[in-house]
Design a protein. Structure first.
Length: 280
């Protein structure tokens, strides 16, 4: 793609995210991706709790990206930041919320996307014996997905990470259980130990390339994407506005041109079952 083809792009990661991000960006944009093996992203926060994340996810991703670009004298970079917990609307389910940001200093661009998925094994539990531990391990797809053992959920002293085999898991549990009646086991959410998370990061990368390839109709700047939505799709029976999407708002960060796309789901009315008046 013009403006990106042939340029070097740093992927700001120490957890092998480049394995899924780089092929997608290289194919779509014609860039040459690389990583810095000495760049420690744990400085910005760790999922296991040793280093708290002090900034919101988007700001953390931005700082991570800019830091890697500066260290490597590179004007084009990408970074991701994940968050895990209850889904914002489906409270009964856990979610993986991935932010991916591309920064292009040469063209003064910042393009960001979000991928939200319930396809995650995010979990943690207090374990009292080996039988409970093995049941938990099976539930969270171990050993294809790594786990971490702690003396308690919030205590990182003596924590055992990088557990990816059954003998490792059993030995770590026996070692920790000698001095504690219970052990806390949690999923390892670092990308290289969590294929389910890698899948969501890959989806974010695909969304990013699609957004980059979307040009502003006015100034032709990459990254013309959805910035807001309006609810109010009318009920098919009574015509009252519902909570369903009526239109999507697109806006260019460069020239501020915007457009409104009505009926994005190819629906001009909503089923009465979703109407607060017809089905209170």
């Amino acid at each position: 793609m013009e403006g990106f083809k042939g340029r070097k792009l740093i992927v700001a990661t120490k957890h092998k995210k480049e394995l899924v991000i780089s092929p997608i960006l290289e194919k779509a944009l014609g860039v040459h991706c690389f990583t810095d093996p000495n760049f420690d992203t744990d400085f910005f926060g760790t999922f296991s709790g040793e280093t708290p994340r002090l900034k919101p996810p988007l700001e953390t991703a931005r700082l991570k990206c800019l830091s890697a670009m500066e260290r490597n004298d590179c004007d084009l970079g990408v970074a991701s930041e994940g968050s895990f917990g209850p889904h914002p609307t489906m409270y009964f389910a856990n979610a993986d919320d991935e932010i991916l940001i591309l920064i292009d200093k040469k063209n003064n661009l910042e393009i960001k996307v979000r991928a939200l998925s319930t396809e995650t094994n995010f979990n943690g539990k207090v374990i009292h014996n080996l039988e409970e531990l093995l049941a938990f391990a099976e539930l969270v797809k171990f050993p294809s997905h790594g786990v971490i053992l702690k003396t308690s959920e919030l205590d990182t002293d003596g924590m055992i990470k990088d557990i990816t085999t059954l003998p490792q898991l059993q030995n770590a549990f026996k070692l920790m259980h000698k001095t504690h009646n219970k052990v806390y086991v949690e999923t390892d959410m670092r990308a290289m130990y969590n294929p389910m998370r890698m899948n969501v990061i890959a989806e974010a990368a695909r969304k990013l390339t699609k957004k980059i390839q979307s040009l502003c109709p006015e100034c032709h700047t990459p990254g013309f994407g959805i910035t807001d939505l309006k609810k109010g799709l009318p009920c098919k029976f009574c015509g009252s506005p519902t909570q369903s999407t009526l239109s999507l708002i697109y806006k260019c960060d460069k020239c501020s041109f915007s457009k409104e796309d009505f009926y994005p789901n190819d629906k001009t009315t909503e089923d009465p079952m979703y109407c607060d008046y017809c089905n209170p």
